[in-house]
Design a protein around this ligand. Sequence first.
Ligand SMILES: Cc1cc2nc3c(=O)[nH]c(=O)nc-3n(C[C@H](O)[C@H](O)[C@H](O)COP(=O)(O)OP(=O)(O)OC[C@H]3O[C@@H](n4cnc5c(N)ncnc54)[C@H](O)[C@@H]3O)c2cc1C
Length: 476
Amino acid sequence: MPDLSSSPRAGAAARYATDVLVVGGGIAGLSAAISAREAGAAVILIEKAPRDQRGGNTRFADAQMRFPHEADEFGTRDYTADQMFADLMRISRGRANEALIRTLCDNARATAEWLTAMGLEWEQGYPHTAGYRRSPKSGGQGLVDLLFRRFDGMGGVVSYETAAVSLIVDEQRRVAGVRCHSPEGVVDIEASGGVILACGGFQANVEMRVRYLGRFADSLILRGSRYNTGDGLNMAMAAGAAPAGQWGDYHSAVLDARSPKIECGVTALYNYQMGIFVDHQGRRFLDEGEDFRDHTYVKFSKFIVEQAGGEAWCIFDQQAYQREEFARAWRPVGPPVLAETIEDLARRIDVPEANLVETMTGFNAAIQPGAYDLDQLDGKRTLGITPPKSNWALPLDQPPYVAIPVTGGITFTFGGLRCDTLARVIDTRGTVMDGLYAAGEPMGEIFYYNYPGASSVIRGAVFGRIAGRDAAGRRA
Ligand SMILES: Cc1cc2nc3c(=O)[nH]c(=O)nc-3n(C[C@H](O)[C@H](O)[C@H](O)COP(=O)(O)OP(=O)(O)OC[C@H]3O[C@@H](n4cnc5c(N)ncnc54)[C@H](O)[C@@H]3O)c2cc1C
């Protein structure tokens, strides 16, 4: 990096300069860094983690992405930008920022093609999700490695173990750079084009979790990176940025309850729609077939944590368990509990026997006729029980029964910074903060209450790419 500190004042921080400074090396930061470099800017990317843990949440993910496309060999259906827009707005109950969502949907396809042109190979995403997602063959780790290679090959500079701690704001109130803690001590990096905050949400910061999400949030299993501790959000707000979005909510998934407590990766159970959930009393507590799994897994996981006592059981029979896609939608953390009878299952999972027998026989008796089709909202439902199962209701009558312990966890937080469609951060007076961008998890107003599956990686790629291009255009 260009060194400005040839004769630093005694005790002063070392100083470096670049055109564009990117904070964080996940999908958003890498997309920003590459697009700024493509536009001809000198780029430094700083990453808080050591090299072998680079890649943030992105590296723990399968990194599946939804974007508009025609039906293809992966079994996906036609999916238009308008449909994507409608899905994202509906799932946020109309609260997401329409301009940001429109920008995301209108740019998602071109951004996916941009990744493809860099060498990303795709395969089919999870089955039975509504047919619009694709998955990078090499998962999130492969995606991150591909983009780091690309950035390195373009002459980009990466500084590992370098954490941004505050923004440098000049006399004109322009964001001129970042102060960092690095292996060489305190370092100031100036950036004439801008600083792009792509350093995650606050999910790994237990104090912020409890402050914004509630008391229960201290014990949540952290699915991804330990380094996303809200630094970008805090330093931007300290400089006047406006908080925006749903600070009291977060992304989660229905996890195998035996998952490691931190950085557990993909230990989610994505096939619960083939069975039922019961709580510790052996009672069902939600409609497992309410909608496609992609539109329910986040809210169901929160329901388990906040309302069903923290842990529950997902129960299947052999009709579900023997399906080829069962294994593709659950990477076991441990073996399932198996039992030949409902009574024995109740004993093994320690729920009241009479309750579980009543729940399962009542459920079986309530099932209505109809065709079973996991790729459609098939309307094969129960009648006369509460809660109902609105789709995919098959009787649980083929032992051995299978039970898997489940809980919720935390993936990323919904609260972020107010941004415009160029990913420029807006301050609390409603004006653009000169030189400051946010992309990926630190951007607010995208997700509310729930989460449309496969939307976060593509969100990071789209807005990172936009931010990088815009910042490159502003360089001195
Ligand atoms: C197990 C799992 C599965 C998932 N599956 C999917 C999926 O299939 N599809 C999907 O769309 N989403 C998925 N997600 C969510 C998605 O992966 C993330 O929300 C998305 O990748 C975030 O990208 P990002 O670039 O914003 O942040 P990250 O990838 O988390 O990158 C942020 C980076 O910033 C660094 N950083 C933090 N603080 C600082 C600082 N002060 N200074 C410098 N660097 C800093 C971190 O070390 C990190 O490398 C999944 C997440 C997990 C954990």
